[in-house]
Design a binder for this molecule. Structure first.
Ligand SMILES: *[C@@H]1O[C@H](CO)[C@@H](O)[C@H](O)[C@H]1NC(C)=O
Ligand SMILES: *[C@@H]1O[C@H](CO)[C@@H](O)[C@H](O)[C@H]1NC(C)=O
Ligand SMILES: *[C@@H]1O[C@H](CO)[C@@H](O)[C@H](O)[C@H]1NC(C)=O
Ligand SMILES: *[C@@H]1O[C@H](CO)[C@@H](O)[C@H](O)[C@H]1NC(C)=O
Ligand SMILES: *[C@@H]1O[C@H](CO)[C@@H](O)[C@H](O)[C@H]1NC(C)=O
Ligand SMILES: *[C@@H]1O[C@H](CO)[C@@H](O)[C@H](O)[C@H]1NC(C)=O
Length: 666
């Protein structure tokens, strides 16, 4: 029975397939070209995803930046999109706003300015995009909504673009509305008007960084809105668009995509969508969330970046496969090139795209990623089959006389676990304008007339190491131009370097929590502020810190150990939290929200005076000291067993921290 079935199968194959033959694909520009290519990019922020990058020592920090941005070296990105910091939790942390308060403007906070300048230094042509996730509380006038006073919101966003130019000589080319949240037509028109009025006619608007619908419908119904918006940006489109979006004739972008763990399957996801976002959805730009995984890995979506740089203390970083997959497109085509109309799927699965500079250069990118080796985090991927195949490409039109193509190949080799990425093969000689490739599963090829491609490299970075067990920061030594202390990852609130020149003593340079109002949020910020630091595996630690409350009567601050959650889940963080309050009391709680009290009593603490807190957690017991004297001891802590150290405040209130120190698991 089985034999007969096999025999029939072979008969079937020999009738319908010819093993030695090959499927033909024509690459032709005779009947015109496809859409103009706008580039491949990375997204820093949304939120705080580059937090740890800035704390790398040289030369490692520059090496990482080279792998991301340097032309003809690594990912050679065409686009850098950044979060316009809005003071609120936006996935993996908060990013500071340029206007914490209505009468405040400062264009030197955070690290996005620095990152944009570093990118521009390497690639002066890089396209810069800004997008808000959240807004400071005053923009919403106390409401969790930025559109009640659209003129204020527009002015706030335009200030950021003006500040980029005035203080950093950065030209922001595109600006968005409100990441993955509601848009408002009146606001978008007002933003266009405010940009124009400010001499920023060149800045173009992307909307709405969410689904294709309903912005497409709004554009079709409202001619003025249609004039205001230049690009329809959709998130995680699963390589597809909708008919109505195509009808608008607007540029269609996958303005946020990827978000997948950056192992080889992540690289496969990226390879598939980079090609198929155009083949299936005519999207002319794809932007990866995120640019570089530079945040504590235990925060949400750990390692969902093009490469990994999450250990500034060791200098270790990892150039992951998505970097080389990006290079297959970015090193051989530039924004302004055109896709050919002759792009598509391969007969036995996979896809090919072709691009030209319209001056004779041709770049073809082919991928044969199988389903299970190219699953992205979202949306669900319908089944499809890819098998090994021969593919013959025929160059026609202005490409007919091309005599040689450079060949670059990546092989994922999932079976042998010995992948090879972005390997330069012997150039192909063409005699009659055709070439045949013997394609295996899970491969990416670039064939191109462009000869400038390079697989950049540096000597191996230092080996991976855990966060130091003994760590101290007195906040006196500062690395310009950053406003944040190294390795502190703000999860609610904003903690900034502060200088009190009138302080006669040792607290001139401190770290200060500066928010006094809940922001217009994107995720669910906690009601308390908190910044985490250290090693998530830490169990037995002593955390010591000088604290200074600036809110009288109801103010409060804490130091903590074993903090087990951050990012979007920060509200439900557990750990051991040692609080002192301005009303002269203390509390020890098992959670950030303060629901589970382990100990409490009198402390004599008050606002506008410095106090030294010390918290020791050992096994199942915790104890605390105030100004060097035991205040409470033997509080029983069953869970969590491990987590980060942290500092924070009881509400959105000003408070300062100094002489932070941890000793862990000695
Ligand atoms: C920037 O773009 C210009 C014009 O397209 C081009 O001539 C130049 O080579 C590009 N520079 C870099 C560094 O890519
Ligand atoms: C292709 O691009 C290169 C620069 O990468 C340029 O020197 C060359 O003239 C272009 N045209 C052709 C047909 O290769
Ligand atoms: C993939 O191939 C398998 C085995 O040949 C077949 O059963 C299945 O229907 C195919 N799936 C698709 C989506 O073509
Ligand atoms: C591709 O063509 C070669 C001959 O050039 C043949 O040996 C091979 O079996 C073909 N592969 C497939 C998958 O058809
Ligand atoms: C600055 O230091 C002075 C002198 O110690 C103190 O009175 C004042 O409260 C401090 N202000 C702030 C905001 O820290
Ligand atoms: C923490 O302390 C407990 C009790 O003293 C001990 O059992 C445990 O092994 C310690 N953990 C580490 C990581 O040292």
């Amino acid at each position: 029975m089985e034999q007969r079935a096999t025999a029939l199968f072979v008969l079937f194959l020999s009738l319908f397939l010819d093993f030695s033959s090959s499927q033909n694909y024509v690459l032709n520009d005779k009947d015109g070209l496809g859409r103009v290519f706008d580039g491949i990019g990375g997204l820093s922020g949304g939120g705080a995803t580059s937090r740890l990058l800035v704390n790398y020592a040289e030369p490692y920090r520059s090496q990482i930046l080279d792998y991301l941005f340097k032309p003809n070296f690594g990912a050679s990105l065409h686009i850098l999109k950044v979060e316009i910091g809005g003071d609120a939790q936006t996935t993996d942390g908060t990013e500071p706003s340029h206007m914490h308060y209505e009468n405040d403007q400062n264009y030197f906070r955070g690290y996005e300015w620095w990152l944009m300048k570093e990118a521009k230094k390497r690639n002066p042509n890089i396209t810069l995009i800004g997008l808000p996730w959240a807004f400071p509380g005053w923009v919403g006038n106390g409401k969790n909504w930025p559109y009640d006073f659209p003129d204020i919101t527009a002015a706030y966003v335009v200030n950021w673009i003006l500040g980029a130019k005035q203080y950093h000589d950065l030209d922001i080319e595109y600006v968005g509305i409100w990441n993955e949240r509601s848009y408002n037509s009146k606001y978008i028109k007002l933003l266009r008007y405010t940009l124009d009025k400010s001499g920023l006619e060149r800045v173009r608007i992307i909307a709405s960084d969410n689904l294709w619908e309903p912005i497409t419908l709004s554009l079709m119904l409202d001619p003025e809105l249609n004039r205001a918006v230049d690009v329809i940006g959709a998130h995680y489109p699963g390589t597809n668009t909708v008919m109505e979006a195509l009808k608008t004739q607007k540029k269609l972008w996958s303005s946020e995509d990827y978000s997948t763990f950056n192992d080889e399957v992540g690289g496969g996801c990226w390879a598939r969508i980079l090609n198929q976002n155009y083949v299936n959805g005519l999207m002319t730009a794809t932007i990866s969330w995120n640019l570089v995984a530079s945040y504590y890995e235990e925060l949400p979506f750990g390692r969902d970046g093009l490469m990994t740089a999450e250990e500034p203390w060791s200098g270790n970083y990892v150039v992951e496969s998505p970097i080389w997959i990006t290079a297959h497109t970015t090193q051989f085509s530039q924004p302004g090139w055109s896709y050919l109309q002759t792009v598509g799927h391969l007969a036995q699965g996979g896809s090919y795209v072709a691009l030209t500079d319209r001056k004779g250069n041709l770049t073809v990118v082919i991928e044969t990623m199988t389903h299970d080796h190219s699953v992205c985090i979202r949306p669900p991927l319908l089944p499809f089959n890819v098998t090994a195949q021969n593919a013959t490409f025929q160059l026609k039109g202005s490409f007919v006389s091309i005599k040689e193509l450079q060949v670059w190949r990546s092989q994922f080799n999932f079976k042998t676990k010995k992948p090879s990425f972005f390997e330069k093969l012997t150039p192909l000689k063409l005699s009659d304008g055709t070439f045949t490739l013997n394609l295996a599963e899970d491969e990416v090829y670039t064939l191109t007339t462009v000869k400038t491609g390079q697989k950049g490299s540096y000597p191996n970075p230092p080996p991976s190491a855990r966060f130091p067990k003994v760590y101290k920061d007195d906040f006196n030594v500062r690395t310009p131009p950053f406003s944040e202390a190294p390795d502190f990852a703000d999860q609610t609130g904003v903690f900034e370097y502060y200088v009190n020149l009138t302080d006669p003593g040792p607290h001139v340079f401190t770290l200060r929590q500066v928010l006094t109002q809940r922001p217009v949020t994107w995720a669910t910020d906690a009601d308390q502020t908190i910044s985490v630091i250290g090693d998530y595996q830490w169990q037995n630690v002593t955390v010591t810190c000088d604290v200074f409350m600036e809110k009288v009567k109801t103010g409060g601050v804490f130091i903590a150990a074993r903090v087990d959650k951050g990012g979007q889940s920060v509200r439900s963080a557990k750990g051991v939290f040692f609080w002192v309050f301005a009303d002269g009391t203390y509390k020890v709680t098992n959670d950030l929200a303060g629901q589970t009290v382990l100990a409490e009593g009198q402390s004599g603490t008050r606002a506008y005076g410095w106090h030294t807190l010390s918290l020791t957690v050992q096994g199942q017991y915790a104890s605390g000291k105030l100004n060097g004297y035991p205040l409470w001891k033997k509080a029983v802590v069953l869970t969590p067993k491990n987590g980060w150290a942290a500092i924070g405040t009881h509400s959105y209130e000003l408070a300062q921290f100094d002489n932070f120190a941890v000793e862990a698991d000695k």
